[in-house]
Design a protein around this ligand. Structure first.
Ligand code: BGC
Length: 372
């Protein structure tokens, strides 16, 4: 996880210089001296110092790097609430899942949600109240176990295909979500959109994300917001991502599935992926070099832009051999942690799953790779 000591020592040295200046200023105005109200320079000097102090961030709760450390090791409760309807893709959420995730040592749960499938198509695009209650429940199950909850907007396919005509609806959905959870714990994070792609180009995405932040900030001025890159959440789209400079309460997310042919071998929804079957990930020099290169690039971007990184999805499909899956998972998660990134495994109990819902037990070798 990121070493915060550098930032803290900068803060402390700033505090010491300001305190020293304040002492000097008050010392120069000796006992019995009346401050001259017309001495505007003197007064505004002190005001400026006080303003400087106010700017210093002493509260770790609002430091996004600190929040990212708290996000830590996470898991996606995938194939449930982002399916066309819950259960359609084989996963219906059960209270016990939240408990076993907490007991396994995860710090956070990312809850993918298909809001667009549960809202009216006409203004004001009302979200189905029953669906909203179900999301309330999932958030409560997470927060009540001291886990951070990330809710996102997943599989909004119409927005990817026809961004212009869907924009108003997209923003109206966020308006409702943000208003509903405005008083919810600070441990609830909002992720604006999963994997922007197709006609929602990097340029358009920059516009839309800024407007979505504006909508959210009306009701949630200090909520932590997670923002992903365009081009399916690709890390190389980071170069095109433009975030509002003055909003620092943001974590940037990318998805990591490289080498794609290895992680997605035999995935039924990827044409020709059966040709990739039997690809192994040995963890030899060329395997790790590829991952190292990617993560180093991510880290440089993070440092240069002073934004924390959440690898919001990483995982391997069950068709790959389990030994390779374990090696890849262990390597990618440990290396991410060393670079200060948080992560969330894709996903809990379906095709990439680390938990076997039918057997009601973990795949312990994979779980140990995630949480040693
Ligand atoms: C998609 C899933 C997919 C996964 C891995 C997710 O973002 O929503 O449908 O299984 O990525 O490809």
């Amino acid at each position: 996880m990121r070493d915060l000591s550098v930032k803290r020592s900068v803060d402390l040295s700033a505090l010491w210089s300001i305190t020293a200046l304040l002492l000097l200023t008050s010392a120069s105005c000796g006992a019995g001296d009346q401050p001259n109200p017309r001495d505007v320079e003197n007064i505004s000097g002190i005001d400026n110092l006080i303003a400087e102090i106010a700017k210093i961030d002493f509260d770790p709760d609002i430091d996004p790097f600190h929040q990212n450390m708290r996000l830590g090791r996470g898991i996606n409760l995938g194939n449930a609430l982002e399916a066309p309807y819950e259960g359609k893709w084989g996963v219906s959420l059960d209270e016990s899942y939240f408990q076993i995730i907490a007991e396994a040592g995860f710090n956070s749960i990312r809850i993918p949600i298909r809001w667009s499938g549960h809202a009216k198509m006409e203004p004001p695009y009302e979200i189905d109240p029953d669906f909203f209650s179900r999301i309330d429940w999932a958030i409560e199950q997470t927060l009540s176990r001291n886990l951070i909850a990330v809710i996102n907007m997943h599989h909004y396919e119409d927005l990817m295909e026809q961004p212009q005509s869907q924009k108003e609806r997209f923003l109206a959905l966020w308006d409702q979500i943000a208003a509903r959870y405005r008083y919810e714990s600070v441990d609830l994070f909002f992720e604006i959109l999963n994997e922007p792609t197709l006609n929602l180009t990097p340029e358009l995405w920059n516009e839309y994300l800024e407007e979505a932040i504006g909508v959210i900030r009306k009701t949630n001025p200090s909520r932590l917001i997670i923002i992903g890159t365009a081009l399916w959440g690709e890390m190389f789209a980071l170069e095109e991502l433009i975030l509002p400079e003055d909003d620092r309460n943001i974590i940037v997310t990318i998805h990591y599935y490289r080498p794609f042919a290895f992680t997605h071998q035999g995935a039924e929804w990827i044409p020709w992926s059966h040709l990739w079957l039997n690809l192994e990930w040995i963890g030899d020099q060329s395997d790790v070099q590829e991952v190292d290169y990617d993560l180093k690039h991510l880290q440089s971007w993070s440092v240069e832009n002073n934004r924390p990184i959440f690898v919001g999805e990483l995982g391997t499909y069950y068709r790959a051999d389990i030994r390779s899956r374990i090696r890849w998972t262990e390597y990618v998660t440990r290396q991410s942690e060393q670079k200060g990134f948080s992560w969330a495994y894709w996903e809990f109990g379906a095709g990439f799953g680390v938990y076997d819902i039918a057997r009601a037990d973990w795949n312990y070798s994979l779980l140990n790779a995630l949480i040693p």
